[in-house]
Structures are given as structure tokens and as C-alpha cells.
Design a protein around this ligand. Sequence first.
Ligand code: CP
Length: 306
Amino acid sequence: MKSKSLVSIDQCSKEDILRILENARKFEENPNRRILEGKVAATLFFEPSTRTRLSFETAINRLGGRVIGFQDASTTSSSKGETLKDTISMVSNYADLIIMRHYLEGAARYASELTNIPIINAGDGANQHPSQTLLDLYSIQQTQGTLTDLSITMVGDLKYGRTVHSLIAGMSHFNPTFHFVAPDELRMPDEYKNFCDKLGIKYYEHTDFTEEIINQSDILYMTRVQRERFTDLEEYERVKNVYILRSKMLESSKENLRILHPLPRVNEIAYDVDDSPKAYYIQQARNGLFAREAIICEVLGINHLI
Ligand code: CP
């Protein structure tokens, strides 16, 4: 990687991605390797999280390191007015690595410019979620046997969903075809479509979520409508249940289709889908442990897994 922090998936070359995924595969074989002994990692979560925080903390524990941090910024001195700059400077005195989720876009990049220890972006506003992308890529590779020439359908909140923004960049090395399914209010922002145009990546936009689209997909990437990003809650109420995947919609889907979702889900995948062999979102979250172990090693410059 160009920098020892991971703030955006854009900084990872194709070779970086493939190396991290190969290390994730080794961690799946053996997640317990005491290569962080004596190291302290700080998890600073200014926004709620279940999977990202717990899988990073599990990764650090399984690698023999120790964790400090917070999951609720209201219990920290930021509630007294301490700036992010001062918080990062203080925590850098104590830890070897910072894993940070923040509601402001660009917060992780800003933090990385303030400190000499690596920052891992665990989500910054509606911008990026690079560790999620690496676990998504790992999940795609594990289920499809390849990352190349796949048809990826993204459904739901493509405006505010940071995971889809990062996934476009991550998949861009592998000749994908994208289908973007969203209501007009939540369409994929121009910035990401321009990125695809520049690289000659094919994409198609839809407002209807049809079986025809599902049937040509290798990956169906469902997303939650991000209530916390709306300034107008009436608008959220209008679009919150716009697409719901039900098991009967999968009847003619491809054998290799797998359904991913970064989770949490609200209503966008009906519970009857959970019994389908094509539902992969629980295993996807499990893969987060292996991918995050590999990411931690990458940013700390640990090249040889024991
Ligand atoms: N996928 C994801 O970021 O989940 P959490 O918000 O629970 O961390």
C-alpha cells in the first residue's frame, strides 16, 4: 500500500488487494497467531457499530494484542469539546494503531495526517468503508472462485451507503459489470459513475428491482437505507421499504448467485431468504474477522505470518 494507514480503498493496488485476500485466507485456516504480542490497538467509535468494532477487537485479541478505546463518544472528553485533533494526539501516546469510525467524511484521512501511527478507517460518514470492502472482496472471491468478469447488482441506498462506494473502487481492478438499483432520491452519486466512465467500467441504472436483474447477477449486494444520513425524516419514511428481497424472487437466479449485505439489515431482506443456500451475509460478516486480521498485519508491516 502507498501509505501505512488504510483510509480509502483507492490507495490499494490490485496486488495489494490480492495479497491481503491471500493473507485473509491464511487467517481463515488459523485465526489464532500471536503476532501482536506487546502491541496495543485503540478502537475509537464515534458512531455505532456491531460487526466492525467487534471483529476488529476479536482480530486483535486472536493475534495476541490488547485493545483500548470507546464505543460511545459521549463518555469521552469529546463531549466536553475536545477536538478530534487532540483526541488523536492523545491516543497516539498510548497505542500502536488506531481503528476509527467517525460521522464526518474525511475524518480518517485527517487523523492519518496528525499522527505517525497507522489509522484504519472503520467508516467515515457516507464516504468510505475500506475494511468492509476487503471482506466483501474476500467473500466474493470465496463464493465465485474469482473476482474477474462478475455481474454485481447493488440495491438500495446507493447515495449514502459508504460500502457500495468503496466496493466500486475495490472491484474496479477486475472488469465488473454493475447494476445500480435505487430510487431516484438514493441514486449512485455522479462521482462514482464518473469514476466508472473514466475506467470504461460498464454500469446500468434501474429504479425497479426486477427478477430479470436478479437472474443475470453473480452477486446481489443489498443495502440498508441509511436513516442516520437523512436531514428530512419524511423523505426517509417514503423510501425506507422501497425494495425487499424475498425468497420467491430467487427462483430463477443463477446457481452461483450469492446475496451479500454489509448488515445491519432492517427490512430489505425478508427472513425467508435466510434459509436459501444463496444467502451469504452471515458468513460474510464472519469473513470480517479474517480480512481484518490481514489488514492489521498490512498496516503494521507484518509480512510473514507465523
Ligand atoms: N457492516 C458494518 O459496518 O456493520 P456495523 O455498523 O455493525 O459495524
